[in-house]
Design a protein. Structure first.
Length: 174
């Protein structure tokens, strides 16, 4: 039987020595209740301005005819399942709907190329209202979230999970 080779020197675990200064500093920083109150007072309150249309947690600006912002994923989903967008919205909401498409969504569909030419043709339908974008770039998710935080009169139609999570954080928007 052979000897096993040692793979290096083994060092003993060293315990950290706690001095009186570190204990005193811990008591001052963490355990002092007066310090917590002063930090809260410094921050101030960050309360967003709420529209008067949102009286008693009810969005009065949202009513028929509904304005529905349509995302790229939703258009592709409707094509795959052979659904008419406007008819499907009316069946879902039981009211007249106006599908709205932002410039960023149109740019995103144009970037996708020939594979999504049917979606682009549907998006260019004259029944769809075109919303002009004032920002730079063509990222549709940011554009939609920015628009619904400014104007809470839209319903958003999307199949994108990340966009849904971001929209749920916006107050009083379906």
């Amino acid at each position: 039987m052979g000897k096993s080779k040692s793979k290096g020197a083994k060092f003993a675990a060293v315990k950290k020595i706690i001095s009186k200064k570190t204990i005193q500093k811990y008591k001052e920083d963490v355990l002092d209740p007066r310090k917590k109150d002063t930090e809260k007072e410094k921050l101030g309150r960050n309360v967003p301005q709420v529209s008067s249309a949102l009286f008693f947690s009810y969005n009065m600006a949202l009513g028929p005819p509904y304005r529905v912002i349509v995302d790229t994923n939703f258009i592709n989903f409707s094509i795959q399942n052979k659904l008419d967008l406007e008819k499907g919205m009316m069946d879902c909401l039981y009211a007249k709907c106006t599908p709205c498409i932002t410039d960023c969504v149109m740019a995103e569909l144009e970037k996708l190329g020939q594979k999504y030419r049917v979606a682009l043709r549907i998006a260019k339908d004259p029944r769809f209202q075109r919303l002009a974008c004032t920002h730079k770039g063509t990222y549709a998710d940011d554009c939609i979230v920015e628009r619904i935080t400014q104007h809470k009169c839209y319903i958003v139609a999307t199949c994108d999970r990340d966009l849904k999570r971001r929209i749920r954080k916006v107050y009083l928007l379906p």
